[in-house]
Design a binder for this molecule. Structure first.
Ligand code: FAD
Length: 411
């Protein structure tokens, strides 16, 4: 017999897990499906740590989403008993007059985000782990920190189940057919029916809606860890080494303190970042990290983090979906009124996931949301194609031509 649900969540990475939790806690009957077990390492939500920060330079809605997410991460910690977010602080390091510092300061003013400006000798004395030039300053944000991705996914899935959701790992969705009364979800283990589907299948999202031809492309990036030099372990732990994002000329990268003894996680952003497009997301599983992908990160470490050994201690492949304008996709497509699409999180979605989950649940259950996701409409690409004008979000954001350019991760 085909079971009927209010909401079917397809994909239980961080976005789907949070959406299932939010929909189930609002009293809806929910089924959550994933082809793998929650917390797996084959999509986008793995690798031991993610940066949380609110001093964001990507646009005003993101600040608001991060603020909501902070509260929801704390609620999930209380529900699960798991430590998910260590607010060890964060640094945005940038050229004094550079665009990242200016945008982050504007975001701080707009969102009332607590931060301190550090420069010169005071900055170098407090954070000697970084090589800092005279023209650089840092914004220190005490609310920033480290999220534990696998634990967060598992906690949200468990919270959804506690609220009554049926969770089916090992169920691969093959087709989503809307028929006017809802959607028939065909998986390799059975068939279900739901009034609304929340599709949060990460890099597989566009492939499950072939009729929409969404321009969501999987982009691979490799996570890399570096060990501190002898005697430097404490100086690179969360108590003394906050998460950082650096946007100074050709030194664009990010880092996360050593939270589990594996070393400091470092990545690159911007043009020097060795990212590449994947024809199929599955190709990421069979392609081991290559020297060409890790060597530029090691060079960044050598140049900017003198207390770390510049040899890569370990590396792991990861990926995320990207849109032509670099902004998220969250919304109900006009041609798919029974589907909420969540995708294109472009290397910086984790910190926003609880708020995106809330938005998706509200859209699925009420058709509208109080979360500021209007600029992320999946229909913006089709509108742009019809008008012949480039995709333009309402964020004053970035333009894009027909094919997405490879951009670095700005976590
Ligand atoms: C290198 C890197 C570093 C990052 N660092 C940060 C950071 O520091 N801070 C930050 O905020 N963000 C960061 N991000 C971004 C963030 O991790 C992602 O945006 C987020 O994890 C995306 O989650 P998701 O749920 O969309 O995708 P996924 O985690 O991939 O989840 C999709 C799920 O769908 C399932 N699925 C797929 N197809 C099917 C199917 N047919 N049937 C059933 N299930 C299916 C998959 O198994 C998977 O579990 C980073 C990303 C990368 C790549």
């Amino acid at each position: 017999m085909v079971r009927r649900y209010d909401v079917a969540v397809v994909g239980l990475g961080v976005m789907g897990a949070m959406a299932a939790w939010q929909a189930a806690r609002q009293g809806a009957s929910v089924i959550g499906l994933d082809r793998f077990a929650p917390g797996h390492g084959l999509g986008s939500s793995h690798g031991g740590s993610r940066i949380f920060r609110m001093l964001l330079f990507e646009g005003a809605p993101y600040v608001s989403l991060a603020r909501t997410s902070l509260g929801l991460f704390r609620q999930l910690e209380a529900t699960s008993g798991a430590g998910l977010l260590d607010q060890c602080g964060g640094l945005l390091i940038g050229t004094r007059d550079g665009p990242a510092i200016a945008a982050a300061r504007a975001a701080a003013r707009l969102g009332g985000i607590d931060h301190r400006v550090l420069e010169g000798d005071a900055l170098r004395a407090r954070f000697p782990q970084h090589t800092l030039d005279e023209d650089e300053l840092a914004l220190y944000e005490p609310t920033a920190g480290v999220i534990r991705p696998e634990a967060a996914v598992r906690a949200a899935v468990a919270a959804a189940a506690t609220c009554g959701a049926r969770i089916e790992p090992g169920a691969r969705c093959l087709a989503l057919d809307e028929d006017g009364q809802g959607t028939v979800i065909t998986t390799d283990t059975g068939v279900h029916r739901a009034r609304t589907v929340i599709l949060a299948a990460g890099c597989w999202t566009a492939g499950l809606l072939p009729d929409l031809a969404l321009p969501l492309r999987p982009q691979r990036s490799v996570l890399t860890w570096f060990r501190p030099a002898a005697g430097g372990a404490r100086a690179h732990g969360p108590a003394r080494f906050p998460v950082f994002v650096r946007r100074s000329g050709d030194r664009q990268g990010w880092g996360i303190p050593d939270v589990d003894g594996l070393g400091v996680k470092v990545g690159l952003s911007g043009p020097a970042s060795p990212k590449r497009w994947l024809d199929r997301p599955e190709d990421n599983w069979t392609t081991p990290p290559a020297e060409a992908e890790t060597a530029p990160v090691a060079a960044f470490v050598r140049r900017t983090l003198p207390g770390l050994l510049p040899a890569v201690a370990s590396a792991q492949a990861c990926m995320d979906g990207r849109t032509p304008d670099g902004h998220f996709v969250v919304g109900i497509p006009a041609r798919r009124p029974g589907t909420v699409v969540c995708g294109g999180f472009a290397g910086h979605g984790f910190k926003h996931a609880p708020a995106i989950g809330l938005a998706a649940a509200q859209l699925a259950l009420e058709g509208a949301t109080e979360m500021p996701v209007g600029a992320f409409s999946p229909d913006r690409f089709e509108r742009s194609e019809r008008s012949g004008r480039p995709v333009r979000s309402d964020l004053g954001g970035r333009r894009a031509g027909p094919a997405p350019r490879s951009r670095g991760v700005h976590p």
